[in-house]
Design a protein around this ligand. Structure first.
Ligand SMILES: Cc1cc2nc3c(=O)[nH]c(=O)nc-3n(C[C@H](O)[C@H](O)[C@H](O)COP(=O)(O)OP(=O)(O)OC[C@H]3O[C@@H](n4cnc5c(N)ncnc54)[C@H](O)[C@@H]3O)c2cc1C
Length: 476
């Protein structure tokens, strides 16, 4: 590997420029340590990349599109990313969930408006969520993996009481009507687990709370702007980045006191295997990946013609109907089958950001969960689900791009079999991932800093920040 070195030696080298890799590098640079990021692809950003996937003038997000975790992240909130080109747009409605009667359940920024929309279950929703929203400043660092010590044990216990159960038991015991149950199913399905599994309720609650405390924003210009802002800030602190250098073995890297890998266990075994003792290797080999996704992007001649008015004001639309339908759709990939009627997570950025499509034209982004490494093309089923709640949608498609679960890994080796969260979030690997050592490995100076460490998937940078903190403590 030829490294255009600005220094003879770096204090730390980060392999991979996803949001966690860049967060790790920033943490080193803030501590006045020299740091180099080595990215395998020709562009930086990992899961925060934007490209013209369909037609000229249409800017699509290849992976992440909507960012509640980024604005809720205590780490990102401290960074001056606005001074480096990042502008958040808050859609009028964070999440809408269309139903077959032509209406939609709505997760609004306002607790009162959300509660009013949920009919008979509205008061109950407010009674459960309002205390958790008030407690958020006391529990968010714990829930987002920035600390292991609950500083406010009562607030943490209340969240645990509510969230440490399955979404199915939570929704059926707390809500009587379909609107609230369906809305909760859509939020909990971000866990990419069967909704009968503990603790899917906690995922549903965290995603509901973030809508009230931080919103579900999109970056103006696309998610690439997040990576570009992180990289610009890193460079302003003296950090270096090189691209187009896929690291095949850590032996290719120049010497450094700490090496942090923004990769999942499978690639760590590949690039660092010889440095790792056999018992740790075995643990990494048994790390489990979850279902993959089939992703579709559209260039559209006009906005999606949703029947429900609220969906026409929402940044994110959860398309899948009732709780039971979504539960069935989320069980299917774990049983090795693509769902007949998939649960579709959809974003429609151009309703709020005109920079991403030619005048009067639009884009939409969607995916559904499919079995890991599946080459099943779910585009037709995804479009059928959208058409169900927005008749005439297909007539507005100018061009579509489909990414199969089995294709995603070739674009980014971290998307193993199309798993977008760096490994499944089942209980046994939610808090201790990929092993009880978390960011550390048995090899001195070698760390993991990807979404395969706590708190897991999503664009928040916390895995990178925590790994860098551990390395700074150990090595400097
Ligand atoms: C389709 C899809 C939709 C998503 N939607 C959302 C969303 O809306 N909101 C949200 O918050 N999250 C979303 N996510 C998840 C989010 O993108 C990831 O959780 C996040 O990007 C993980 O960050 P990371 O830094 O751990 O890894 P990544 O972002 O995957 O970055 C890893 C980087 O390391 C590089 N790399 C890997 N191996 C090597 C090597 N050997 N040498 C050099 N470089 C290497 C890769 O090329 C890549 O650039 C989505 C993901 C996908 C795929």
């Amino acid at each position: 590997m030829t490294l255009p070195l600005s220094r003879p030696q770096y204090d730390a080298i980060v392999v991979g420029s996803g949001p966690n890799g860049l967060a790790a590098a920033i943490t080193f640079a803030q501590a006045r340590r020299s740091v180099l990021v080595v990215e395998g692809q020709d562009t930086i950003g990992g899961g925060t990349r934007s490209q013209q996937l369909t037609l000229p003038g249409f800017t699509h997000d290849v992976c992440s599109a909507v960012h509640p975790m980024a604005v809720a992240s205590p780490f990102f909130r401290e960074l001056p990313l606005d001074k480096h080109g990042l502008a958040w747009i808050q859609p009028s409605v964070p999440v809408a969930h269309p139903l077959d009667d032509g209406s939609a359940a709505v997760l609004d920024r306002s607790l009162d408006d959300t509660s009013a929309n949920l009919g008979e279950d509205g008061p109950r929703y407010k009674r459960i969520i309002a205390p958790l929203v008030s407690d958020w400043p006391h529990i968010h660092r714990l829930l987002l993996g920035m600390t292991r010590v609950p500083r406010h044990p009562l607030a943490a216990a209340l969240f645990g009481l509510r969230g440490f159960r399955s979404a199915s038991s939570f929704a059926h015991s707390n809500f009587r009507g379909e609107r609230a149950r369906a809305l909760f199913a859509g939020l909990a399905a971000h866990a990419v687990l069967p909704l009968e599994q503990v603790p899917t309720a906690a995922f549903g609650l965290v995603f509901a709370i973030t809508a009230h405390v931080a919103g579900w924003p999109i970056p103006r210009g696309g998610s690439q702007k997040i990576a570009d802002a992180l990289a610009s800030y890193l460079r302003s602190l003296g950090g270096d980045i090189i691209t187009g250098q896929m690291v095949q073995s850590l032996n290719e890297l120049p010497p450094a006191r700490a090496v942090l890998c923004d990769v999942t266990p499978r690639q760590l075994l590949r690039i660092a295997g010889a440095r790792l003792p056999e018992p740790y290797r075995r643990k990494l080999e048994s790390y489990r990946y979850g279902p993959g996704v089939c992703k579709v992007d559209w260039a559209l001649g006009a906005p999606i013609p949703w029947m429900a008015e609220a969906c026409r004001r929402a940044g994110t639309v959860h398309v899948g109907g009732t709780f039971d339908e979504i539960a069935a759709a989320e069980r299917a990939p774990w049983q090795g089958q693509p769902a007949e009627r998939p649960f579709v997570l959809l974003a429609q950025p151009t309703l709020f950001d005109s920079t991403r499509a030619p005048e009067g034209k639009h884009i939409a982004w969607a995916y559904c969960h499919v079995p890991n490494d599946s080459n099943f093309n779910a585009a037709d089923r995804i479009e059928q689900q959208i058409e169900r709640f927005a008749p005439g949608f297909r007539g507005r498609i100018l061009k579509r791009s489909v990414l199969l679960a089995s294709d995603l890994e070739a674009r980014n080796p971290n998307l193993v079999g199309g798993d977008i969260n760096g490994g499944s979030a089942e209980l046994s690997q939610l808090f201790t991932r990929p092993t009880w050592r978390l960011y550390r490995t048995p090899s001195r100076g070698l760390y993991l800093c990807s979404a395969s460490t706590p708190p897991g998937g999503g664009v928040h940078g916390i895995c990178g920040y925590m790994a860098a903190r551990a390395a700074l403590r150990d090595c400097f």
